[in-house]
Design a protein. Structure first.
Length: 275
């Protein structure tokens, strides 16, 4: 498909020289020749792909293939690990976010993350959602209330909690806690949200609720999800990336990957021959 290129913004790279990235308008993140190392271990190998705007991209592959490592690279969460090293480029909004000068607080607002285990702070629902705005300097109570309401509504939780915003978030059910974490991410106006096995600790009904929410969120945000569940990837994603031992084996429309994969290795994985 021919994609129209609309922005050729100029950016300054490390050496203060102007650099132009030519990214199509339907791409949120362009990954080029990307490698990630834990010390000597190269956990992600020469990956290049485009993450499509307002779509759900699923990362699938057997345990240890690098899904979480790759996912965490989009908001530089791997920087917390000693001995980490990135190579290549991840271009978001015409900047290489792997650049040493990247403001990680801003990046992590723009690229939110939700983990496998719901991780609300041991505080009230209201404080959980307002936290990100407060640390970014918003003090006005009315404004904070609006942000809390918007975020909880968008995470499909407002109807369930609007009369107990000052109760502890940790008292909610697992599925509700996961939506608190999603609302917390939404409260700082992200462009893209990363989900690492977001349903792995949830029952089937809560899983359905989260899956429906992800499909709905993709109308406004770009969604990337690492999942062990091929059924989940097939149900909700538009694009699927199959990874194996750190390499990107195949990346295509989800329907194509599950119905007519180009690679034998992909076929073997999705038909359950290994994994
Ligand atoms: N903090 C770390 N320090 C060193 N090596 C790590 C670290 N985290 C992951 N690894 C290694 O990097 C490789 C990729 O791991 P990663 O967690 O990204 O895989 P994954 O596909 O998410 O696996 P899973 O499906 O089990 O969640 C593995 O070999 C793993 O042992
Ligand atoms: Mg993982």
């Amino acid at each position: 498909m021919q994609v129209k290129t609309t922005h050729r913004n100029k950016v300054k790279n490390d050496a203060n020289q102007e650099k132009e990235y030519d990214i199509p308008s339907d791409v949120t993140a362009r990954v080029s020749d990307f490698n990630f190392y834990y010390g000597d271990l190269r956990a992600v190998k020469d990956v290049s792909l485009d993450i499509k705007k307002n779509k759900i991209t699923a990362l699938i592959g057997p345990s240890g293939c690098g899904k979480s490592t790759f996912l965490r690279s989009f908001n530089r969460m791997n920087d917390e690990i000693p001995g980490f090293k990135y190579e290549g480029e991840i271009i978001i909004d015409n900047r290489n976010i792997l650049d040493k000068k990247t403001d990680l607080i801003k990046l992590r607002s723009k690229i939110g993350m939700v983990f496998q285990k719901p991780t609300p702070f041991p505080q009230t629902i209201r404080k959980n959602i307002a936290y990100g705005s407060k640390i970014r300097g918003i003090r006005n109570k009315q404004q904070l209330n609006k942000i809390v309401e918007f975020s909880l509504k968008r995470a499909g939780l407002w109807g369930e909690v609007n009369d107990r915003l000052d109760d502890l978030a940790t008292q909610l059910s697992g599925g509700q806690q996961q939506r608190i974490c999603i609302a917390r991410t939404l409260s700082v106006w992200p462009e893209m949200i990363l989900f690492d096995e977001p349903c792995a600790s949830l029952d089937p009904i809560s899983t359905n609720v989260i899956e429906d929410l992800l499909v709905d969120l993709a109308k406004d945000y770009t969604v990337v999800i690492a999942t062990h569940s091929m059924h989940q990837a097939a149900r909700i994603s538009n694009m699927t990336a199959f990874m194996y031992m750190g390499e990107l084996i195949e990346y295509d429309n989800t329907k194509k990957i599950f119905e007519k994969p180009a690679q034998k290795l992909t076929e073997d994985y999705i038909t359950g021959r290994f994994g």
